[in-house]
Design a protein around this ligand. Structure first.
Ligand code: P9H
Length: 221
């Protein structure tokens, strides 16, 4: 039996949180080594752990995988969250990239200068409610299966739920005009592995506040 996957990143969401979500959704336990200082990062680099000298890095199946998307692709494929054929995969990729574009905008918000934050916030709200959420609402309506692709859970569902919850942290009623997204959120949140991840004490990380951003900047810049 191979050991548990081991995640190397700082103790915050950043670019590792979606990997935590996918592993949790797949019901896979994992270990985490938190990078707490520049020294920790330097040590990993010197020991040849980081192909491009960057994290996230995940040790899994005898590999040290870097690059967020490479990590997510491997986990999604390994744990059957990546569709049944190439065509399903193409749709899953489109939906995931859309969700990740919105996710990234929200993730970067606390890194923005204080005097631009209000404007950034408004832009994200506008993009979420006029570009991304209407698309997912329509996909759910047209596809009519309760999942975004096929008739079973895929990474697209997991990544959309992650992004919806992040958007709700910005504005609690942000999906109020999207009834199918609301029922999608309920349904996917209640899948046992995901339900567990959403409960306190799970490896899910809290939203990054300014302090967490400052700490990350100190380590990585
Ligand atoms: N393409 C943290 C929070 C939000 C967004 C980014 C960074 C990029 C991938 C050291 N890694 C910022 O303070 C930290 C990447 C990976 C790659 C890193 C260096 C970053 C962050 C840490 N920086 O998708 O995996 O940018 O290792 O030398 O580049 S994460």
């Amino acid at each position: 039996m191979a050991g548990k996957p081991k995640l190397y990143y700082f103790n915050g969401r950043g670019r590792m949180e979606t990997t935590r979500w996918l592993l949790a959704a797949a019901g896979v336990e994992f270990e985490e080594q938190f990078i707490e200082s520049k020294g920790c990062l330097e040590k990993l680099r010197q020991d040849g752990y980081l192909l491009f000298q960057q994290v996230p890095m995940v040790e899994i199946d005898g590999m040290k995988i870097v690059q967020t998307r490479a990590i997510l692709n491997y986990i999604a494929a390994k744990y059957n969250l990546y569709g049944k054929d190439l065509k399903e995969r193409a749709f899953i990729d489109m939906y995931c990239e859309g969700a990740m574009d919105l996710n990234e905008m929200i993730m970067m918000l606390p890194f923005k200068p204080a005097d631009t934050k209000e404007k950034e916030h408004a832009t994200i709200f506008e993009r979420a409610t006029t570009r991304y959420f209407p698309v997912f609402e329509k996909v759910l309506k047209d596809h009519g299966q309760g999942f975004l692709v096929g008739n079973k859970l895929s990474r697209a569902d997991v990544q959309l739920l992650e992004t919806i919850l992040m958007a709700e942290e910005l504005k609690a009623d942000i999906i109020s005009k999207f009834p199918l997204l609301k029922s999608f959120k309920e349904k996917i949140s209640n899948i046992p592995t995901i339900k567990k991840f959403l409960q306190p004490g799970s490896p899910r990380k809290p939203p990054m506040d300014e302090k967490a951003c400052e700490k990350a900047m100190k380590i990585f810049h």
